[in-house]
Design a protein around this ligand. Structure first.
Ligand code: TXA
Ligand code: MG
Length: 320
């Protein structure tokens, strides 16, 4: 079902149902974060393993102190700087957060999304909203309402807010004292965080292959077709190939279909169009195999290549 009444959607959340809603990053599949039975339905509908904890979405700074027992000065500095926005902070959880939300951990990931529909939904539901991305576990993240409908046709309600602006999931950090770990790269880069926390040691603990946070698996975000990252040893593409470029030269390859996420390697454009381009290739029946151009792993390029490598993992690492 797809509709656009935030009041109706809020009523569904209050009654323990599930609502897919837009954020600035990707669409979320939301439930009342304080109702473990409602949260359990998220895992069921997504077919998500319960070891993978959920992010809790809030609309007011006061909720931070209700959900966490330790909101330090550094945390306040980050939230004042980046919220509402694509930054999730992992904090010690208070006892009101049900264990199913945090997969039994004593921490909880919290963020305030920068999307008016999301914020209005949280306020009208009168509770924090636990929400993973609104896709089946392991598949492509949704960046518009039709992507949600494709993967989760049985969701109680879909709030349609058009295409999301950022296009990939939030950056996730955890903070302990004077140390801040990056657990998942995202639109907010390591450099952005270093600039906001000048007296803190900020380090990237999200290197491929390292499982620092449950749910951050090597293979994730995958289309239902083979996906390969272009490299110099690939000279010719097989028949029925889809080619995703970010500004590179189209004439080097012959492909069935070409999509440009950007004409000029603009990383903000690439990020915004990344999942949409993969969905389009997944949906196009004339495309059998997808090839994607890599980008330089610097700044926002780190988050882009994190998603690309995970999406392509099973086809580029045949030993696993
Ligand atoms: O942009 C986003 O973050 C989107 C929108 C909907 O807000 N949400 C999202 O959720 O990407 P999801 O469930 O697809 O990814 C959440 C990830 C988990 O897989 C886990 O790795 C990490 O967040 N996470 C959540 N709680 C955590 C915790 N307490 N400790 C460590 N990692 C945590
Ligand atoms: Mg996800």
């Amino acid at each position: 079902m797809k509709n656009n009444s935030i009041d109706e959607a809020a009523q569904i959340i209050k009654n323990g149902g599930l609502v897919a809603f837009p954020t600035e990053t990707v669409y979320g599949l939301g439930a009342n974060a304080l109702n473990p039975f409602a949260v359990a339905k998220i895992f069921e509908l997504k077919e998500r393993p319960t070891f993978d904890p959920l992010i809790v979405h809030i609309a007011s700074f006061d909720d931070l102190k209700t959900l966490s027992t330790d909101v330090s000065e550094n945390v306040m500095r980050l939230v004042k700087h980046f919220w509402p926005g694509p930054l999730t902070i992992v904090l010690p959880k208070s006892s009101i957060v049900p264990d199913i939300v945090s997969s039994g951990l004593d921490t909880v990931g919290i963020r305030m999304p920068n999307n008016p529909i999301a914020l209005d939904l949280i306020r009208k539901s009168n509770c924090p909203i636990a929400a993973p991305s609104a896709n089946k576990f392991g598949q492509l993240s949704p960046v518009n309402a039709s992507h949600v409908k494709k993967q989760l046709p049985d969701v109680d309600y879909i709030l349609d807010g058009g295409n999301t602006s950022v296009g990939i999931e939030s950056t996730i950090v955890s903070i302990e004292g004077d140390t801040c770990q990056l657990l998942r790269p995202g639109f907010i880069t390591l450099e952005d965080i270093e600039n906001a926390l000048p007296n803190t040691f900020v380090f990237n603990n999200s290197k491929p292959g390292k499982l620092v946070s449950p749910g951050l698996l090597k293979s994730h975000y995958s289309p239902k077709k083979p996906l390969y990252i272009l490299n110099d040893s690939i000279r010719n593409l097989p028949e029925y190939s889809g080619l995703i470029l970010h500004g590179g030269n189209n004439s080097l390859y012959t492909a069935q279909k070409v999509i440009y996420t950007s004409q000029t390697f603009n990383k903000i454009e690439i990020t915004a169009n990344l999942f949409a381009s993969l969905h389009e290739m997944e949906e196009d029946e004339s495309v059998k195999t997808i090839y994607i151009e890599p980008v330089e792993e610097k700044g926002l390029g780190i988050a882009i290549m994190d998603r690309v490598k995970k999406a392509a993992y099973q086809y580029n690492n045949s030993s696993n």
